[in-house]
Design a protein around this ligand. Sequence first.
Ligand SMILES: Nc1ncnc2c1ncn2[C@@H]1O[C@H](COP(=O)(O)OP(=O)(O)OP(=O)(O)O)[C@@H](O)[C@H]1O
Ligand SMILES: [Mg+2]
Length: 475
Amino acid sequence: MIAMTLGEIAKAVGGTLAHPGDEAVAITGPVTFDSREAGPGTLFAAFVGEHVDGHDFVPAAAAAGAVAVLGVRDTGLPTVLVGDVEAALGLLAAELLRQLPDITVIGLTGSSGKTSTKDLIGQVLARRGPTIAPKNSFNNDLGLPMTVLRADAETRYLVLEMGSRGIGHLERLCRIAQPSIGLVLNIGSAHLGEFGSKETTARAKGELVEAVAPEGLVVLNADDPLVAAMRSRSRARVVTFGSAGPADVRATGISLAPAGTAAFHLETGSSATGDAQSHPVTLRVVGEHQVGNALGAAAVALGVGMPPDEIAAALSEAVAVSGGRMAVSERADGVTVIDDAYNANPESVRAGLNALAAMARARPGARAWAVLGPLLELGDRTDEEHEAIGRLAVRLRIDRLIAVGPAAAHIHAGAGHEGAGGEESVMVAEPREALALLTEQVRPGDVVLVKASNAIGLGSVAGGLLAAAPTGVGR
Ligand SMILES: Nc1ncnc2c1ncn2[C@@H]1O[C@H](COP(=O)(O)OP(=O)(O)OP(=O)(O)O)[C@@H](O)[C@H]1O
Ligand SMILES: [Mg+2]
């Protein structure tokens, strides 16, 4: 953050100073709600949670250098009193951006791939100038302001992941930080239980498009009809990306390496306008679905004036930053584990299964294992989607499917309906059993995908498998 006085902060957030004499206290350090992250000059945001009260951590924050608190009651440090700390952080973030008008704000949303794509954009734009992108998946009413508040006078690009939990949510986030470039990746079935239909999801995600000012830029996925249709909601210039049909930024000649990473040609411009260019990209992030994410990132980078060859080179060097998303590790005995246990929705499971199948095919004699837990938040579509995933696993010739937990029963059933029998598809009650089965049966060369909604705790299977001493494992 740029230096501000407590008086200025109180004004920006509509709060009051617990002690009027503290007006001139200077905040010169970062804003944080975690006392372990406090440092000299910090403004400490105190939240009252269900189990912990942030105000109790003020002494710890002060010991680390925090000089003031944003909270709901007076503390031992100079304090700005507000009714709602989260909303106050949003107001403070908005004020900070008003004071830093030269920052290019990039907002991105979509059903899947936001975090993966913001990590690509962050790495690409960092070549051009100081870039801030969220930590992990900081994309909500708290995560977004916290990311904005990291900006200072040096910052040139601010990449903001924007999650939407319903109509009006993105509009609210965009009031905190109005993007000059808005990117919509895809509309899938994530959180369908909440939205009710994909059309409603599209209506909600399209709020990002509407928020971009006429002089800005809107980047849309031409391969996703619900996203492409958002063009009519844009006041700004629209650039499209895709690989299935015509688009402004395209991928051609897509191929998948044995490592599960895609290569393609990044095509920009057109022969009609005489500015057609083609540059090879070899991704290091895993899965063909990353091609679309990379194209979205490329379109954003073109939008800030980066030349296509530089973008292609930057994409080829970009690595996975946030963990748990198609994180590939190889055990000493040659068992490959793809940890994708962070989250799951039908589209990302399909992407994961496709990558698994491709990787196993590229290893002669290898078997593909899919350890799948239930997908949450799909509402009354859950059983149907689970069934479809089971069927897809069989069609992709996944050798061994392990459905974890009673809620995943329809995945197993779907595989059965597609003809999987015996060992090809099994059900276990909990992650521990899946790990035990794998530990016993997995062979060198095999590829194991572990994927479910985060809440299921399947990450322990990936971790356990990697940690398991492979002694005695043989063919
Ligand atoms: N373009 C894509 N299409 C389908 N699946 C994808 C795509 N990009 C990433 N994924 C997969 O989707 C899952 C979530 O990825 P990521 O965390 O990047 O998405 P997100 O939109 O940020 O999710 P969240 O809503 O949890 O923030 C991972 O399993 C990832 O491999
Ligand atoms: Mg995310």
